[in-house]
Design a protein around this ligand. Structure first.
Ligand SMILES: Cc1cc2nc3c(=O)[nH]c(=O)nc-3n(C[C@H](O)[C@H](O)[C@H](O)COP(=O)(O)OP(=O)(O)OC[C@H]3O[C@@H](n4cnc5c(N)ncnc54)[C@H](O)[C@@H]3O)c2cc1C
Length: 288
């Protein structure tokens, strides 16, 4: 039987309380949200926190709301809640596309947006989706609040800028006119992690692309985005050729590895094709 090492357990009901508990227990304390990544790692002794700070009762982190020109998604929002959110889907259909293909209902009912991003698995879907949308991550710590671009949030596999004693509290996604988005994923079986996936966001003005966001996951794209492909689209007239060229550039600039999920050249091919398809779908939505 897999059993975690001994740990202390504390429950917080506010962000302040969670931060105070993190400070009291020091560097070896970890936050637990859905527990779908952390608990299996503890059972395998890949993680051995000395204290778990349970944030499941911190209801202020569970809200999805519009504030000014931002969609704000609390860190404790469950995958299933984001999938059910009409306001999120209306502004950013990419979030519904991605949530629909993350794991299964059991994981989606408990796993959280913040837990996914903080786990920073290199195959994580929401990093590519929020990366394409140029989202901002709000982090609270003993010194107050700071906001970081999601493109600077991940510092490596399973590593983020959230330090010991800090809490990711919210994702903020700017709502800009003339935009739409989409997410495309290939997995081995339904509900599995991706072999490769691509998210695309397009913003048009006067028949041209004013900005594009392209997120990639599972193919070792730096910061989960395809920056060179985004650049190639800026100022372009949207067309099948422009989307195919962006896919080609995205495939060229990512760096997939061969593993049990598939060979590197196949993943590279998928990165290009899925980027093109996500751009096409985002554009179709804009035309609808
Ligand atoms: C069977 C299975 C299939 C899956 N398939 C997919 C998939 O297809 N695509 C995909 O993207 N994901 C998939 N996942 C992962 C799933 O999305 C998890 O929900 C997610 O990885 C972790 O979320 P959690 O809320 O359970 O985090 P937890 O396990 O509670 O925490 C994960 C890490 O984040 C830290 N953390 C959590 N919340 C915060 C916070 N607010 N601030 C600071 N640190 C925090 C924890 O300390 C821990 O280090 C799968 C998981 C399982 C079990």
């Amino acid at each position: 039987m897999q059993v975690p090492a001994n740990f202390e357990y504390e429950k917080a009901t506010t962000v302040e309380e969670a931060l105070a508990l993190l400070a009291r227990h020091g560097e070896e304390a970890r936050v637990v949200a859905g527990g779908h990544s952390l608990i299996p790692m503890m059972k395998l002794r890949l993680a051995q926190p000395e204290a778990l700070i349970d944030i499941n009762d911190v209801t202020e982190l569970s809200r999805i709301r519009i504030e000014g020109d931002m969609l704000c998604v609390g860190a404790l929002v469950r995958h299933a809640e984001l999938l059910d959110s009409a306001v999120a889907g209306e502004h950013f259909p990419i979030l519904h596309d991605a949530e629909r293909v993350i794991a299964d209902p059991v994981v989606r009912n408990r796993g959280t947006v913040g837990g996914s991003l903080c786990q920073a698995d290199p195959s994580e879907d929401l990093s590519a989706a929020f990366g394409a949308l140029e989202a901002l991550a709000v982090i609270r710590g003993p010194d107050g609040e700071r906001t970081v671009s999601l493109r600077e949030f991940h510092t490596g596999p399973y590593e983020t800028v959230v330090g010991p004693g800090e809490l990711l509290t919210e994702l903020r996604v700017p709502i800009r006119p003339g935009g739409s988005s989409a997410y495309q994923k290939v997995e081995r079986r339904v509900g599995d992690w991706p072999l490769a996936a691509a998210g695309a966001a397009l913003w048009l003005d006067g028949g041209r692309v004013v900005d594009a966001g392209i997120g990639l996951t599972a193919v070792r794209a730096e910061h989960f985005v395809a920056a060179e492909a985004e650049e190639a689209l800026r100022g372009a007239v949207p067309s099948e050729e422009a989307f195919a060229e962006a896919g080609r550039i995205a495939a060229e600039h990512c760096d997939p590895v061969s593993d049990q999920r598939g060979p590197a050249d196949y993943k590279r091919h998928l990165a290009g094709e899925l980027t093109t398809r996500a751009l096409r779908r985002a554009y179709e939505r804009l035309q609808a």
